[in-house]
Write a protein that binds this ligand. Structure first.
Ligand code: FE2
Ligand code: FE2
Length: 340
């Protein structure tokens, strides 16, 4: 069992790599990943990595019919790419975690190390606890597939680190201009949806703070149906923030260059504002600036790569280059990061 929180002794998994593509060139031909979150020493060869080519993709949604063929085509294409690492930034499966296993297996022929970061859809469940899914089940599937689960531990080699987190949301990206009260965001549905659903109509017991035009907004964020956390979103965001801070601190001890992979968005400037209330209601669930503030506090962070919005974007936040891969359900794409 791969538990993010409980140390129970090292249980290494080994993935044999093509020496031509080994991230630890000149040292071993295997990567040994400790299936724990509790090591603190710098890993890897004594020398520094001079160049590193990373491919990044996200939102493969292999559980959705129209994503299956494009995902398989992408995997086939990437299997022939020469790169040191492939980072998949969340939302590969839905309620059935076996689909993550099948999705990751598509990349078995990729020559470098595959990394995974969870997405909100990967936490969708039919009954069990999403926290268990996040902290144990996804980690176990990644370990079984020889994939490095960045939510559990950073990868640190030769002065380079990859650090990852699902990220989450605390509704601070909500659009103030919509004037929708916070209780609707906590229940993840807009006033129009609450009015239509008898089990949520109580949110309208008080109407004096509900703008009449918001009753026409029928958006429901489906994490509210399928994600079952034993804590609030704000508490979960705080928990993830603490873990990411610990991972960044560990990485910063050893690495001059850090790439962060995060499914949700760490900067408000990465959030798309459509001007249509039905879409902009969902901005509350895109991420949180507390992650961005953390990234900016670590000078070695060079890149942050994200998914979740299904819209491609490149922008900057201070010295950090921010990339959103922007896969849609039907069209898969990837970005390349050349660390030199
Ligand atoms: Fe997605
Ligand atoms: Fe997502």
């Amino acid at each position: 069992m791969n538990d993010l929180s409980a140390p129970d002794g090292p249980k290494p998994f080994v993935k044999t790599l093509d020496p031509e593509n080994d991230l630890a060139r000149g040292s071993a031909v295997c990567i040994v990943g400790l299936r724990l979150d509790h090591y603190s020493t710098c890993q890897g060869p004594a020398g520094s990595i001079k160049r590193m080519r990373l491919i990044v993709t996200a939102d493969l949604h292999y559980d959705i019919a129209r994503s299956v063929a494009p995902t398989e085509a992408l995997a086939s294409r990437l299997s022939g790419e020469r790169a040191d690492g492939l980072v998949i930034v969340g939302d590969a499966c839905g309620r059935d975690p076996d689909i993550l296993r099948r999705c990751l297996r598509l990349f078995d022929r990729f020559a470098g190390q595959v990394f995974y970061v969870a997405g909100n859809h990967d936490l969708w469940t039919d009954g069990e606890d999403s926290l268990r899914r996040y902290e144990r089940d996804l980690a176990d599937i990644c370990a079984e597939c020889g994939v490095w689960y960045l939510d559990a531990k950073p990868w640190i080699r030769g002065g380079v680190a990859l650090v990852g987190s699902i990220g989450w949301y605390d509704y601070t990206f909500r659009r103030a201009s919509l004037r929708i009260p916070l209780r609707f965001y906590r229940h993840k549905l807009a006033p129009g949806a609450a009015e239509a659903l008898s089990d949520h109509r109580h949110l309208l017991d008080r109407r004096d703070d509900v703008p009449p035009e918001s009753l026409a907004v029928g958006t429901r964020w489906l994490d509210g149906v399928h994600v079952r956390l034993p804590m609030t979103d704000v508490e979960f965001t705080r928990r993830l923030h603490e873990r990411l801070a610990a991972h960044l601190s560990r990485a910063a001890e050893c690495a001059e260059r850090i790439v962060v992979a995060m499914h949700h968005l760490p900067f408000a400037r990465m959030v798309h504002v459509s001007g249509r209330a039905a879409w902009d209601f969902a901005n509350a669930f895109m991420g949180s600036e507390i992650f961005g503030e953390l990234l900016l506090s670590v000078p070695q962070v060079r890149y942050v790569v994200c998914g979740h919005t299904h819209r491609p974007l490149r922008t900057r936040a201070g010295r950090i280059e921010c990339i959103n891969v922007g896969c849609t359900y039907a069209a898969k794409r990837y970005e390349v990061i050349e660390l030199a």
